[in-house]
Design a protein around this ligand. Structure first.
Ligand code: G
Ligand code: G
Ligand code: NA
Ligand code: MN
Length: 253
């Protein structure tokens, strides 16, 4: 209860902060996209990770205004980096199921695009497959509207929920992120290697981009490279970091 009441004031007190983790192009080893990851700098408690508070604000609905703040802040950061003369990279923002099903989502995205002036091609949303599969028709409509605005969509934590690639093909989704559970033992487990290679091959043939999450070793990187995976994210390249450190990873335009 104490946590919940502190969370209610956190937005107004400007206690939320965005961290960034690069998604690398495996071929060039350059930053391709930055994932945006929310942090809560709670007075007297330090930096709180989303697993400790997202479930609470998802439950009480606060995730809607907080999520809107995340999108706005990410767009402002992108514009600031561009104004500093850095090469623009898309920012990928996580959308929670509750936020995704909120009726005001589309209007609030439109307002943010308008007010910040960001090119929608520099914004991306990550949604889990479980969230996508929950509500058939309404989901398709919302995805269609987001896609029509020029914002890219990707499926997060792919392989952990319930979905099929054939079904996904009906959604305007461009990218799959293979959950890190399948990457962890890639070097030792022939089974995980088979699963990952199958996802890569199917994604490539359906013309979906594919990202391996949780890449921590050069061995994992090599297996991904050899099997045609285009993008990778993980501690091998960078942990999620505050904006100043993320900025140092961007190149001049
Ligand atoms: O780096 P990490 O501990 O930040 O992320 C933990 C989980 O929290 C991940 O599943 C991630 O998708 C989720 N997450 C991080 N930032 C956000 C956010 O801004 N909104 C939502 N809905 N989820 C987020
Ligand atoms: O669900 P989502 O993929 O958005 O979650 C991102 C989470 O994964 C964050 O908590 C982030 O800190 C974590 N993460 C990112 N890279 C790695 C990695 O290489 N190894 C591990 N174990 N976790 C990672
Ligand atoms: Na994500
Ligand atoms: Mn993920």
């Amino acid at each position: 209860f104490e946590l919940e009441s502190s969370l209610r004031g956190a937005l107004a007190k400007e206690e939320f902060e965005l961290f960034y983790q690069p998604i690398m192009d495996i071929g060039t080893r350059q930053v391709h996209t930055m994932e945006v990851l929310l942090r809560w700098r709670r007075p007297e408690h330090g930096l709180i990770l989303p697993d400790h508070f997202i479930p609470i604000i998802e439950e009480n609905g606060l995730v809607v205004p907080v999520g809107e703040w995340v999108i706005r802040r990410a767009c402002e950061q992108s514009m600031a980096w561009q104004q500093m003369g850095l090469q623009p990279v898309p920012l990928a923002v996580n959308l929670s199921p509750r936020q995704f099903m909120n009726r005001g989502l589309i209007d609030s995205i439109r307002r943010i695009l308008d007010e910040t002036g960001i090119d929608p091609a520099l914004l991306e949303f990550e949604i889990t497959e479980t969230a996508l599969m929950q509500h058939g028709e309404q989901t398709l409509e919302i995805l269609g509207q987001i896609n029509a605005m020029g914002i890219r969509l990707s499926i997060d934590d792919f392989g952990t929920g319930y979905s099929s690639l054939a079904y996904l093909k009906r959604f305007p989704v461009r990218k799959l992120k293979i959950d890190r559970a399948f990457i962890k033992d890639l070097e030792e487990s022939a089974e995980d290697r088979a699963i990952v290679c199958a996802i890569i091959a199917l994604s490539n043939s359906l013309q979906l981009s594919v990202v391996a999450e949780g890449v921590e070793t050069e061995g994992q990187f090599d297996i991904l490279l050899q099997n045609g995976c285009r993008f990778a994210q993980g501690y091998l390249f960078s942990q999620p970091t505050e904006s100043a450190a993320a900025q140092a990873l961007l190149r001049p335009a």
